[in-house]
Design a protein around this ligand. Sequence first.
Ligand SMILES: C[S@@+](CC[C@H](N)C(=O)[O-])C[C@H]1O[C@@H](n2cnc3c(N)ncnc32)[C@H](O)[C@@H]1O
Ligand SMILES: [Zn+2]
Length: 285
Amino acid sequence: MLRDIERYLTCPHCARGLAFEATGRALRCPGGHSFDLAKQGYVSLLPGDAHTGTGDTPEMVAARADFLAAGHYHPIAAALAEAAGNASGADGLVVDLGAGTGYYLAQVLDALPGAVGAALDISKFALRRAAKAHPRAGAVVCDAWRPLPLADGCAELLLNVFAPRNGAEIHRVLRPGGSLLLVSPTSRHLRELVDALGLLSVDEEKERRIDEKLSPWLSPVAAREVEFELRLSHQDAAAVVGMGPNAWHTDRARIADALAALPEPVAVTGSVRVAVYQRAARPGG
Ligand SMILES: C[S@@+](CC[C@H](N)C(=O)[O-])C[C@H]1O[C@@H](n2cnc3c(N)ncnc32)[C@H](O)[C@@H]1O
Ligand SMILES: [Zn+2]
């Protein structure tokens, strides 16, 4: 619930702390800025002029929710929960930046019984689900490319799974000594579908580029590859295409035709890197 993370939230206009109004239906800062809770339990802390163009659409969110509920990416969630158990002091705040439906945050919170979670995403459609993903999690609409509505140094752990990452803001909200757990696809991820359907592929340099971009603020301390086989119906395969970056770039009719030519179930490689980064003492340090 949002109550669990109330003390960490800050105003997107003036950066002062937010607290629930007596009615329990809005959050307010000492400067009088006020933010109503949506009836589904999340709150939007986007400054008024922000656009939500890169947020997941209802169709993308529904495709991802069904696919994740079927357990296809359970090996990723299990690896993340294990890394969280090793990295964190167990209590405190876990932030999931680009949390989507909250699937991974929920499993990490299950592994950390003393922690609370903040699911951050720019898509309200995703957060309607994330708001209900775990009893100890609250959901906040915000833009990863702007100042996050969270207090300096408030987070023990930050998760980032197939989502936008902003090194400067991740550094600011992590406590000294806190960690970032980052999941990114390797060049082998979904390669059978990439080949058969002509999808966007992940280039081999991706890991190096991620490390380079984060390097002023975070340093990699450990990484493992998690590789597993997915056995997908054509519907699941369409969902996995519809929930990723390909949803923006591909023609559905063409995908459906190409899928029909594949065996069912189709065997597909899942392959991700789960990396742990330590917050640098100072930017660049
Ligand atoms: C590929 S999805 C991954 C979601 C989730 N981590 C998962 O793996 O199930 C990327 C997510 O990033 C969100 N997103 C895109 N642009 C964003 C932005 N500028 N700020 C915050 N979230 C953003 C999308 O709405 C979407 O939920
Ligand atoms: Zn304010």
